[in-house]
Design a protein around this ligand. Sequence first.
Ligand code: ADP
Length: 844
Amino acid sequence: MQDSPASELPSEGPIPDWWRHWWRRQTPTRQDRYAMLAPLAAVLLFLAAIVSAFWYLRLEEMDREQEAVKRDVEYAQQRMRLRLLERQEQLMRIARDISNKEVDAEEFIVRAESMIAQYPELLMLTWIDERRKITASYAAPSLHSNQIRASGEVLRPGETETMYSLARDLQQPVYSQPAAGPDSSGLLQLHVPLADQGKFGGVILGEYSIDGLLRYGVPAEISAKYAVALLDGKNRVLAGTSVPPRNPAGQLLPWASQPNDYEVPVSPVGNGLIVRAQAYRTGLGVIGSGLFWLVGALSAMTAWMLIANWRHTRRRMQAQQALMAETNFRRAMENSMLTGMRALDMHGRITYVNAAFCQMTQWSEAELVGRTPPFPYWPEEDRDLLMARLEDELKGRTIQGGFQVRVKRKDGTLFDARLYVSRLVDAKGNQTGWMTSMTDITEPTRIREQLQASHERFTTVLEALDASVSVAPLGSEELLFANKLYRLWFGGRAGGHLQMVATAGMSQPRPNDESLDHVDHFVGLPTNTLTSAGSENAEIFVPELGKWLEVRSRYLNWVDGRLAQMVIATDITARRTAEELAAAQAERAQSASRLITMGEMASSVAHELNQPLTAITNYCNGLVSRIKSKQISEDDVLAALDKTARQAQRAGQIIQRIRTFVKRSEPNRTLSDINVMVTEALELAEIELRRRNVRLSHYVAARLPHLMVDPILIEQVLVNLLRNAAEAIEQAGRPAGRRSVEMRVVPKQIDEQAVVEFSVLDSGQGLAPEVMERLYEAFFSTKAEGMGIGLNLCRTIVESHQGRMQAENIYNGSEVAGCRFSFWIPVSGATNPIVGKDAGVTIT
Ligand code: ADP
């Protein structure tokens, strides 16, 4: 039988290796199952062993009993046989004596009487002669009178006839085959033949009581032990007792399955008389079966208890596993928790700390648990404060929302922590102490401080900014942010912000504005201002402040997610003033330059004026003399006056032209006709050119567009260039045939832009490289009386009209044959204020 599993056994004891290996290979569930099944199997095997032992013993006993019955029956049969044979001997002796005539009828009676008295089973002795006539008969006194045979009677035919004839024929003693009668008074007859000198001389009939035979033939100890009976040839009871057949249920039991009896024919009689002994049911069966049932019941109970125990254990195991899983989960949770936990009992003693608490304070659990205040993680300087806090805590005065303390680590460093205290309540609802959770807030504190510092820096910068910064949400009068300068200028309200936005034309977009159709997915906001980082720019004048402000605005997502507009306004009043000053100076410089030009041209102009004035004088003198001599007709006077008037008109024209040219005027751009500008410039320049004997030719392309320019300034440029050309020719000392200047005005395309190009080509000495380098420098001149500001001003004027100016030499082979100055003005140019650059500075 297998014993308990190896794991439950101490390691001592001879457990084979293979068994141990096999056992270890099994899964724990299987091990459990085997551990439970093995005792059950043991109980069942035990039960089986008990049953088979009972069976075996019972069989053994039955064998023995069978043997005993057999022996006893044999013995009883022997005894009966002996008894019958003895009687038979005695009868045969009597028969012999009768044959020898030693015994007569009387003697026979005497002998019979003594025999019957001696042997109670013998009921009657009868002497029957050869003619079946009773010679003598003696019956036991107990016998009923009608059974007694009287001497001299002849036997009724049929009565014992078969046996009688058989004894006569065989000459041998013959026993009758008894049959069971209605009562138990069965008789066994013995016919002993008589020989009368060699002849048959009748029989001696001895009749036995079968009952008596049984009673006296079977030893008392046997009849006490068994139910002994004598049966006839057909198994019917002749005498004795018989055990009734057993309960059929009893037959099923092994020890009761075979009735224990034995029968054997009683020898001299033969098969007609059988002795049978049946063993009484012994007490053993009862005891055996009781024991059997007891063992069975105990085994069943053990098995049932084992199974119940097994199921109970299984439930316990399941509960244990669930408990373990729960414990593991709680432990893992506890260990992975980042919040430190500490439990105090009602007296302030630490009863529990978790891993996070130990990690934070660097004190181990063993060092903390069981400690009473002051705790080792209290900084010395805070001890009194913390003690007071703890007392409050223990008295239940907890602070809602926790409180902040400093905690000292084991290495002496400090950190900030926030503690929350709550009541610790056990499963029965009784308070057992206080639970404190601790969070390290060093990092949040540091971050908060950093944030605060950065906020302070940010505000300081914004406040110190010499620009006003304001943020307001779209479509609201709320002011989200305003820096110091804004508050100084506009106060704490959004009015200034909105005014700036409105004045600068940055009014907040309306979603239903048609021009903003394409921006729908930006919820009605202009895509350019949102998607590009660029901001709108405008310069506005704020009368309330008396300041010029440069206003920049951009959209931004405010911290609460609202879309807001930020406006940054910079005070540009100083710049604006400087610019205006510079523009005025430039203007002054231009008119001064024109005056200078005229001054330089003074002698030419005087010469030019001299002619009409001389002609007027001559006409007047001629008229006076002819009127004095009265030699003049009215027509002649009219003709002369007409001529005089024309000359005066011409002089006036020249003066008017010069006046227009030098008149100081505000810069005034208008759509100007190029032809007019060119004609007026040529008229002025011609005075100078004619004096220098320089031929002027010009070509103006047809259908030129009007230009958005200040015509006086363009004329000034042209006059300057034509004068420079004439002076160059003069300086070069060109012969009469090569003294020519050509002016061309043609349309052109430069950088895919429609422009009008003005060029002046001369036949002078050209530009030396060093001159070319410094051409536009103010006060650079190669001429003795030159001022050197002409070209500088020309370039400024051209560039203020978004044009460009350039100069190049004209070559005739390798020889310089003159130079060409040209500039172009775009056809549609944006208007820019004309700002003097170097010139503005130079003139003042
Ligand atoms: P200014 O005429 O008073 O000298 P400008 O600024 O008009 O001053 O000219 C600067 C210099 O450029 C002149 O002194 C001259 O040397 C040179 N220059 C100007 N125009 C021409 C020209 N058409 N040919 C050769 N040199 C010239």
